[in-house]
Design a protein around this ligand. Structure first.
Ligand SMILES: Cc1cc2nc3c(=O)[nH]c(=O)nc-3n(C[C@H](O)[C@H](O)[C@H](O)COP(=O)(O)OP(=O)(O)OC[C@H]3O[C@@H](n4cnc5c(N)ncnc54)[C@H](O)[C@@H]3O)c2cc1C
Length: 412
């Protein structure tokens, strides 16, 4: 049985590798000259920058992506971040468990209660995370901590994400642990998956844009330069682009619903440093910064991402719709200079990358749950618009691919 995968981003590569293992004859079309989409490396001045991600996997080797890579025998070592996270408040860095101690006594118990509620997964709902917090406490720094967490990990403010989603995500963090950094960065994962595809005989066609997907005589006709027929199509192009490719074979109501899906946008600043700016490989959340939500220094775990003796620092900030991008970048750079007094002496900015529109941080904002099966039998979606509740970023992509495979196995 023949399967077509549209797009060789992480979602497409995972789907293709799994389908090949299930016995499908798989062809992957990728319009760009490289595989990996927003999750691979870009060599620049001896540094391994990335096309998107901050070289981190949300739950390290224990989450859905780590589990799937193992099940595919993809050779990737994932190094746990140590500690998982720190919070810079009032010029000092605190671990998560230490946070209650920074609050006056009257709020300390409330903060401890919030942490316990997040851990136990209590109080899930569709109200925003911010309004859920406001019902527990009135304390600006709590709201800033919440914004820095959702800004870093989801590119959303706490007002833009449902409380139920954050609570489910926190439950998964408590169960599986925090982030890990793949050896070789994002490119290490992509390379290992491409090797799996090669060993499974998958045809990976680069610089091949899929133009249309049509249905004829019970099969799909995919036009990408030439026409080819498939029993199954898995699209990693994102729901909006897929709806355009498939056109009228999808019901108008579905296409309208998909066109309204909101994504998440952000700005990443990659910085070269002559000495480490952080003493750890976890995330530094920066609730008091103007714009930057968090920072990592992945070379503290994977030194080969920078030339010998240098370090790679990356900051991330959410980009609100309609914001003045130039000003947001200026404010982000100002944050970096203020967060690190030695910035001017030891660091230089390598790249400022803006992610929005058709190359966003997420094609569907966390909290939007689109199922992988479309109304057309045999046409499925994978990628970061298809994340089940509680799963973020690339672990969400792997969890979505798992769900798509369950459907496909039940139907074929
Ligand atoms: C700044 C930033 C920081 C991030 N940090 C992290 C992080 O640290 N950890 C983490 O887990 N996630 C992170 N993410 C999110 C993560 O990078 C993305 O969710 C993930 O890479 C998306 O993968 P995907 O497969 O859904 O889509 P994509 O990577 O976009 O892949 C889709 C592919 O389909 C191809 N395509 C589209 N249309 C066609 C067509 N018609 N024909 C052929 N090919 C087509 C595209 O060229 C692309 O290669 C970050 C993202 C950004 C932008």
């Amino acid at each position: 049985m023949r399967a077509c995968v549209v797009g060789a981003g992480l979602g497409g590569l995972l789907a293709a590798a799994n389908l090949a293992k299930e016995g499908f004859e798989v062809v992957v079309y990728e319009k760009l000259p490289y595989a990996g989409g927003r999750f691979t490396n870009m060599a620049y001045r001896g540094f391994q920058l990335s096309t998107g991600a901050l070289h981190m996997i949300p739950h390290g080797e224990k989450g859905p992506l780590g589990r799937m890579l193992r099940s595919l025998s993809a050779e990737v070592e994932i190094i746990p971040s140590q500690p998982q996270a720190m919070f810079r408040i009032g010029g000092r860095d605190y671990e998560y468990e230490e946070l209650p101690s920074i609050f006056p006594l009257r709020d300390r118990l409330k903060v401890a209660k919030i942490i316990a509620m997040l851990k136990l997964g209590r109080g899930a709902g569709s109200e925003s995370y911010r309004s859920w917090l406001e019902r527990q406490i009135k304390n600006e720094i709590v709201f800033k901590i919440a914004d820095s967490f959702t800004g870093w990990s989801l590119s959303l403010s706490a007002s833009e994400v449902p409380a139920g989603e954050v609570i489910a995500q926190t439950r998964n963090i408590n169960k599986l642990g925090g982030p890990g950094i793949p050896a070789g960065g994002c490119g290490g994962v992509t390379q290992a998956l491409v090797e799996v595809l090669e060993s499974e005989g998958v045809r990976l066609l680069l610089k091949q844009r899929v133009e249309t997907i049509r249905r004829k005589g019970g099969v799909f006709e995919v036009l990408a330069g030439e026409k080819e027929s498939f029993e199954l199509v898995v699209s990693n192009a994102g729901p909006k682009a897929t709806a355009q490719l498939a056109g009228e074979i999808l019901p108008a109501e579905y296409r309208r619903a998909v066109s309204r899906i909101r994504g998440a946008a952000g700005i990443k600043i990659s910085v070269a440093c002559k000495k480490p700016m952080l003493s750890h490989s976890g995330v530094l959340f920066t609730p008091e910064a103007r714009r930057i939500n968090g920072i990592n220094e992945v070379t503290n775990a994977v030194p080969e991402l920078a030339p010998h003796g240098e370090h790679l620092l990356m900051s991330h900030q959410r980009l609100a719709g309609g914001a003045d991008v130039k000003r947001e970048i200026e404010l982000g750079l100002r944050d970096l200079r203020e967060l690190f007094p030695e910035f001017k002496k030891y660091c230089r900015v390598l790249a400022v990358q803006v992610y929005r529109n058709s190359w966003p941080v997420n094609r569907a904002a966390s909290g939007v749950h689109l199922p992988p099966a479309t109304p057309v039998e045999g046409l499925y979606l994978v990628g970061d618009a298809v994340k089940p509740e509680g799963w973020m970023e690339t672990d969400g992509i792997a969890a979505g691919v798992e769900e798509a495979l369950r459907h496909i196995k039940a139907s074929y």
